[in-house]
Design a binder for this molecule. Structure first.
Ligand code: NAG
Ligand code: NAG
Length: 235
């Protein structure tokens, strides 16, 4: 018991908790102590977390399913998602678009299919040409690179404020971010956080306004949340 308690005090997550409460970048009520966004315990270090995520992405069985049985099914659903976003004038053929946590690139392929030709994905494991290597905690892009960013892997973020901070950094002013999240059911064993409402997202997106929250039925994720990065930031 003592040993466990000792280990706990040494864990990065505990330090994280302190950081959450003291860093101005990290909203205290979205943190571990809050009720609506919880960082999962159990990662001893950032490297252990990355290794586990890479493990999932590299799992040969999963990869095969993603590229075969899953491919058409996912593309169809995502094409519908992006068509709908086009109708709502949130993404355009000309948009420079990013898919975050893109696995083998189904969402990227779907964006291209609906006419968004300048689309790319990032994931820890690259899958060229659709998906390049990149950690969403530190996106490999310059500031204001994209008009549109999509992700359905928010629950995989160990540092949700970095995940969001990087999106806001790489979006152009006026750019749109669409997240698919689960607020009524839990993620999988690879999830690094649990979200219980949309509110913590609004707090994390400091440079953006919340445009829309609607229901979706997208592979276990139930809520589509749309943010637009503000054109001018008042400090
Ligand atoms: C990664 O996967 C291998 C089997 O594919 C397993 O033996 C190993 O323990 C896994 N590592 C982590 C960190 O999950
Ligand atoms: C966008 O691209 C699609 C597919 O290439 C095309 O059918 C459509 O006409 C284009 N829309 C506009 C507004 O250019």
């Amino acid at each position: 018991m003592f040993l466990l308690a000792f280990l706990a005090t040494q864990s990065p997550l505990l330090r994280l908790k302190t950081a959450l409460q003291t860093t101005k970048n990290a909203p205290s009520n979205a943190g571990i102590g809050g009720a609506t966004l919880r960082i999962r315990r159990g990662y001893t270090s950032y490297n252990a977390y990355i290794e586990r995520q890479v493990n999932k992405t590299l799992n040969p069985k999963l990869r095969k399913i993603w590229r075969t049985r899953d491919w058409d099914r996912k593309i169809k659903v995502f094409a519908r998602v992006f068509q709908s976003l086009k109708r709502r004038k949130l993404i355009f053929n000309e948009s420079k678009a990013l898919s975050i946590g893109a696995r083998v690139g189904q969402e990227v392929a779907a964006m291209k299919m609906v006419g968004v030709s300048d689309a790319v994905g990032i994931d820890l494991v690259p899958y060229p040409p659709l998906v390049m290597k990149g950690d969403f905690h530190a996106q490999p892009f310059q500031n204001q690179a994209f008009d549109f960013e999509f992700s359905n892997v928010f629950d995989h973020a160990l540092y949700p404020w970095k995940f969001v901070g990087e999106i806001e950094r790489t979006l152009k002013p006026g750019g749109v971010c669409v997240l698919h999240v689960a607020v009524t059911r839990r993620g999988d064993k690879y999830s690094a956080n649990d979200l219980y409402s949309v509110q913590p997202l609004s707090e994390l997106f400091k440079e953006s306004e919340l445009l829309e929250v609607r229901k979706v039925d997208a592979f276990g994720l139930d809520t589509e949340v749309v943010f637009r990065k503000k054109k001018t930031i008042k400090n």
